[in-house]
Ligand binder design. Structure first.
Ligand code: ATP
Ligand code: MG
Length: 656
């Protein structure tokens, strides 16, 4: 595949944007990058299985595989016959190498307490907790639910499960009792691991109180292990015979525990998707393929070097935290930073303070966070040096070009490559992303599928659209870290992902290809509007709005319109210090018309202090559509703050 020419950038499909620059890697970065030879794309495309087998050799196997892939659409077996253990690969093998005293986890608590666990220390802690789980009757194949804040014990608990062959199901600590109950029952978990509470902006999230509520209807739970994190700040009650303190169960546990040899296809974990589009799905990931996928992409997309300090700001309750705080970095023996709190506590400079404090080299966050930082203003990052940063990344939603440029200049100081990484809970690891030593980036484009990944943009009939076209993003060949099924619901697995196009995985995302073959993700297919026969993506209109100097964030939806089919409604939050007015509404409508064309001019604009988001901070357009259409709201259990949607509902009524 030829490399995109750096001059043809005027063909960017994102016609709305004035931003036409491309950002090739610097000669110095290219020279020292882990992957810097573009031939790797061709090599992997010619023999994807051979390519993945080569990557799999970076792991330690108890028994080698006999076949790389068995593929009976849509059921995959990767590394057939191979035996290995994920915790052994993430911890033990480093603890028994020169990395023994290297920091594995650098943890910062919200109140400012901190802890460093070396690989040697982590090995001991994982083993003690693994033995504790065994003493509670957990055996290979059981499911263990984990509901905690961002404390090192969360990673320790996950690794302990992996060590003994139990599958974990981590439920984000911000979820309600009801959401927790639903997930425990779906996974039929035997044990629940939690904490008394978690720190959030100086106050306590009462995790254990939520657990007591959730466990009123969970027949499979036998034992609950409770970590003491907040102590006197939130006294809790312990149920006799069911609840045990973490410090008690590990007190007598041995620091030695042999790793359970797991089959390559044994289940490693279940994780429920964000619920942006509907009821969450229990995505199943297995042992070998998952670890091959996350370790390979972590090492090469983030260009990890031995002495790097790497920080991903996601919560471990989401797949980004599983793959790129815990499993990917630790499999590579990388120092991974874990932070308990929010970016605005005690002040809006906290992230930048932490980057300077720990000398963070690689920083990975989300567009929603970047837009928030933009709204707060440059003065916060400008108080810090940020000179240790070498590469910065983003994931979760399409990044608006305006936000990309801000990130590049204000955080990366124009010297750090940006990796905009597209992937899903279901894909397990990054699928589309620049390779920082090879790819010339374009703001707003995740660029190209990684080596070994075969992605296409197809039309409604499944025909590839080719450069310049737009349609649906599909993955045309199986990849090691793909989901294997939906837990307990194989039919939904087949139905959701494999029934649209024969033999191809349907991502549910819309995408355009530019003349250079770069991929421009447009958000979910449901979020693409049809205005008088023109297909307009909500993301494009949002990017045009965010491009205006007054706008912090925007959510755009299509609303039934008698004449046009769909009209465009925009929900807009303004930057601090900007006042809403009808004149500003008109100005914004015209701004979109100038940027994209009259066809994309919003019919209505609503100013709002906040947008409804999932607990993983993604904009929930489906609820906005329900409001705009006056329908009953769909599943709201994953909504971060239900009051936002209630306020918007009232406002929509008032403003008609
Ligand atoms: P659900 O499937 O329950 O509706 P969800 O899709 O939001 O929830 P995730 O698996 O966390 O749950 O998110 C994956 C989705 O996030 C992708 O399908 C895509 O829409 C979006 N996404 C992630 N990264 C990017 C990116 N770099 N660019 C564009 N979109 C992205
Ligand atoms: Mg999804």
């Amino acid at each position: 595949m030829p490399l995109p020419s750096e001059k043809s950038s005027e063909k960017n499909v994102s016609a709305l944007l004035d931003e036409r620059r491309t950002f090739p890697p610097s000669a110095a970065f290219k020279k020292s990058a882990n992957w810097n030879d573009p031939a790797i794309y061709d090599r992997a495309a010619k023999d994807p299985e051979g390519f993945w087998a080569e990557q799999a050799k970076n792991l330690d196997w108890f028994t080698p595989w006999t076949r790389v892939l068995e593929w009976n659409v849509p059921w995959a077996n990767w590394f057939v016959g191979g035996k290995l253990n994920v915790a052994y690969n993430c911890v033990d093998r480093h603890a028994h190498s020169a990395r023994r005293n290297k920091a594995a986890i650098i943890w910062e608590g919200e109140p400012g307490d901190s802890r460093v666990l070396t690989f040697g220390m982590l090995e001991r802690e994982v083993n003690r907790f693994a033995n504790a789980l065994k003493s509670l009757g957990v055996v290979k194949g059981d499911r263990v639910a984990i509901y905690m804040g961002m404390v090192p014990e969360l990673a320790i608990a996950m690794l302990a499960c992996a060590k003994i062959g139990a599958a974990h199901s981590v439920v984000f600590g911000g979820f309600s009792a009801e959401a927790l109950r639903e997930r425990i029952n779906d996974a039929q978990a035997k044990v629940l691991i939690t904490a008394d509470g978690a720190w959030r902006r100086g106050t306590v999230v009462p995790l254990k109180a939520g657990v007591d509520d959730a466990l009123t209807g969970t027949p499979t739970i036998e034992k609950v292990v409770v970590l003491e994190r907040v102590g006197k700040a939130a006294p809790i009650s312990m149920k006799q015979g069911r609840d045990l303190w973490w410090h008690d169960v590990v007190a007598k546990a041995s620091g030695e525990c042999a790793a359970e040899p797991m089959d390559a296809e044994d289940m490693l974990f279940i994780l429920y998707t964000s619920g942006t589009t509907g009821k969450p799905k229990g995505v199943v990931h297995t042992t070998a393929g998952y670890l091959v996928g996350v370790s390979t992409t972590h090492r090469n997309v983030f260009d990890i070097k031995e002495d790097d300090v790497y920080w991903c700001t996601a919560d471990i309750g989401w797949v980004t935290g599983h793959s790129y705080i815990v499993y990917g970095p630790l499999a590579n023996g990388t120092t991974t930073v874990m932070y308990e709190g929010t970016p605005d506590f005690p002040d809006r400079g906290r992230f930048w303070e932490l980057i300077d404090k720990y000398g963070v080299n690689i920083f990975y966050t989300a567009p929603t966070a970047i837009r928030t930082f933009m709204r707060w203003g440059k003065e916060f990052p400008e108080k810090y040096k940020l000179s240790s940063l070498r590469l910065i990344g983003t994931v979760g939603e399409p990044i608006n070009p305006e936000a990309w440029i801000w990130y590049n200049e204000t955080i990366g100081h124009g010297r750090c490559p940006i990796v905009d990484t597209w992937w899903q809970t279901e894909t397990g690891c990054i699928m589309i992303s620049p390779l920082p030593g090879i790819t010339a980036t374009k703001p707003g484009s995740a660029t190209r599928p990684l080596p070994g990944i075969i992605a296409e943009v197809v039309d409604i009939d499944g025909k590839p659209v080719g450069p310049g076209g737009g349609g649906y993003l599909v993955l045309s060949k199986p990849w090691p870290s793909m989901l294997r099924t939906i837990y307990g619901d194989p039919e939904r697995y087949v139905q959701n992902y494999w029934s649209r196009y024969a033999g191809k995985y349907f991502t549910g995302d819309g995408c355009k290809l530019d003349a250079d073959g770069y991929f421009w993700l447009l958000g979910r297919v449901d979020d693409v509007m049809n205005v008088s026969g023109h297909r307009i993506s909500t993301y494009e209109v949002e990017s045009a709005l965010v491009d205006h100097r007054s706008v912090a964030e925007a959510a755009v939806i299509g609303k039934t319109h008698e004449i046009k089919g769909q009209g465009i409604s925009a929900f807009v939050t303004l930057k601090e210090g900007i006042t809403a007015s009808d004149a500003l509404k008109d100005e914004l409508k015209n701004h979109v018309a100038t940027k994209i064309g009259a066809i994309a001019k919003p019919d209505d604009i609503f100013f709002t202090a906040e947008l409804p988001k999932t607990r993983s901070a993604k904009i929930m357009r489906r609820l906005l559509r329900d409001i705009a259409e006056g329908r009953v709201l769909g599943d709201t259990t994953t909504l971060a703050d239900p009051s936002v949607i209630a306020r918007l509902k009232d406002q929509a009524k008032d403003e008609g």
